[in-house]
Design a protein around this ligand. Structure first.
Ligand SMILES: *[C@@H]1O[C@H](CO)[C@@H](O)[C@H](O)[C@H]1NC(C)=O
Ligand SMILES: *[C@@H]1O[C@H](CO)[C@@H](O)[C@H](O)[C@H]1NC(C)=O
Ligand SMILES: *[C@@H]1O[C@H](CO)[C@@H](O)[C@H](O)[C@H]1NC(C)=O
Length: 308
C-alpha cells in the first residue's frame, strides 16, 4: 500500500522532473522611493548549459531599466526609480534545452513623499469666527494612499483622506482643509497636521506642528475692591483683564446724569492727594481690536468736615 503510494507520486511528478531549473526573483515585493535605485535580480541554478534571460513587463510597455547579466543571474537596474517603473515585471529563464524554462514575476511599487506638510491659516484667527486651516503635502505618490490627520494638542480633530481628486500615475500635492471655530482657550495651543503614506511594508509619517494664535476680547477682569479714603491721603485703583491682543485699560469717573470723564489709562490709577471731587464710581474699560469689557469700583472719600 505504502509502496504503491510512492509509485503514484513518482508518476505524477515524472513529467516535470525533467526541468531542474530553479529560478528566484528578488526582492519578492520590490518597493522603492522615487529617485532611488532599485535592482531586481533573477538567479537561475540547476540549469544544464547556458541560461538565457528575458525580462518583460506585463503591460506591454518598455521596462525603462538597464540589464546586466552573467552566467547564472540577470539584473534589471532602475536608477533612478520613477513612476514609469511601477507594475508587474517578469523574468523568464531558459536553459540549453528550450523546454527547461521557468518564469517569475514581481510587482514593483513606487512611492514619493519627499517633504513635510505645510500648515497655513493658523497665525491670525479670531474667537468664534469660522476659519479654515490648510495643510499642504507636496509631491506625494500615490496620492490616494495618503491620509491626513489634524490634531489640536494631542486630541484628534479630523481624520480624512486626500480632498483633491487623484490623478493616476502622477505625484501630486495633497491638501486637507480643517473647518474650525477657535475658542480663546485654543490660543497658544499646537495644531498638528500628520500625513501618513500607507504603503505596504511600513507606513511613512511626516508631521508639522504650528502654534495657534487666536484673537479674543477682554475677559476675566480683576478690579480692586471698593475703598474708603481719607481726604488728603492717596489711593490706588487697579484693573486687569486677559485678552489677545493685550487689552488697553482706560479709566473714567462716572458723573451724575450719565456723563463720564476720562481720568487715566493703564492698569493702575493713582491719586496722590484725595479731594472731595474724587468721591464716586469709577469705571475701567479694557479694550482691544476684538471687543471691550468694563468693570466698576466705588471710592468713598471721608473727612472731618463733610464738605458737600
Ligand atoms: C552573477 O551575478 C549575481 C548577481 O549580481 C551574483 O550574485 C553572482 O555571484 C554572479 N555570478 C558570477 C559567476 O559572477
Ligand atoms: C508646542 O510645541 C512645541 C514644540 O513643537 C513645544 O515646545 C510646546 O511646549 C508646545 N506647546 C504646547 C502648548 O503644547
Ligand atoms: C465696546 O463694545 C461695544 C459692543 O460690545 C461697542 O458698541 C462699543 O463701541 C465699544 N466701545 C469702545 C470704546 O470700543
Amino acid at each position: 500500500m505504502f509502496q504503491f503510494a510512492i509509485g503514484l507520486i513518482c508518476i505524477i511528478l515524472l513529467p516535470t522532473s525533467e526541468s531542474k531549473l530553479v529560478l528566484v526573483l528578488t526582492p519578492k515585493n520590490p518597493m522603492a522611493r522615487v529617485g532611488e535605485r532599485l535592482v531586481l535580480t533573477c538567479s537561475a541554478s540547476e540549469c544544464a548549459g547556458d541560461v538565457t534571460f528575458t525580462w518583460q513587463s506585463l503591460k506591454d510597455r518598455p521596462l525603462y531599466g538597464r540589464m546586466e547579466k552573467n552566467n547564472t543571474a540577470s539584473q534589471q537596474i532602475f536608477d533612478p526609480v520613477g513612476m514609469q517603473h511601477e507594475g508587474k515585471v517578469s523574468c523568464v529563464a531558459t536553459c540549453a534545452d528550450p523546454k527547461d524554462k521557468a518564469q517569475r514575476s514581481a510587482s514593483v511599487e513606487v512611492y514619493a513623499f519627499p517633504k513635510d506638510p505645510i500648515i497655513s491659516g493658523s497665525e491670525l484667527l479670531t474667537e468664534g469666527q469660522d476659519s479654515d486651516l490648510t495643510c499642504t503635502v507636496p509631491d506625494v505618490y500615490p496620492a490616494d494612499r495618503l491620509k491626513v490627520q489634524w490634531l489640536l494638542g494631542d486630541k484628534v480633530l479630523k481624520d480624512n483622506k486626500a480632498v483633491n481628486p487623484v490623478v493616476k500615475g502622477e505625484a501630486q500635492t495633497v491638501t486637507s482643509v480643517l473647518k474650525y471655530k477657535p475658542t480663546a482657550q485654543d490660543h497658544g495651543q499646537n495644531v498638528t497636521c500628520r500625513a501618513t503614506l500607507d504603503i505596504k511594508t511600513e507606513p511613512e509619517t511626516r508631521e508639522t506642528v504650528a502654534s495657534i494664535t487666536v484673537q479674543y476680547s477682554p475677559r476675566d477682569v480683576h478690579i480692586s475692591e471698593n475703598i474708603q479714603v481719607n481726604i488728603g491721603e492717596s489711593f490706588t485703583l487697579t484693573c486687569q483683564a486677559k485678552g489677545h491682543p493685550e487689552p488697553t485699560v482706560l479709566w473714567r469717573k462716572l458723573e451724575k446724569g450719565g456723563l463720564s470723564v476720562m481720568v487715566g489709562d493703564g492698569e493702575t490709577l493713582r491719586v496722590k492727594e484725595t479731594s472731595w471731587s474724587h468721591d464716586g464710581d469709577y469705571e475701567c474699560m479694557s479694550h482691544n481690536t476684538v471687543g471691550n469689557l468694563t468693570a466698576q469700583v466705588t471710592v468713598n472719600v471721608q473727612g472731618e468736615s463733610d464738605g458737600r
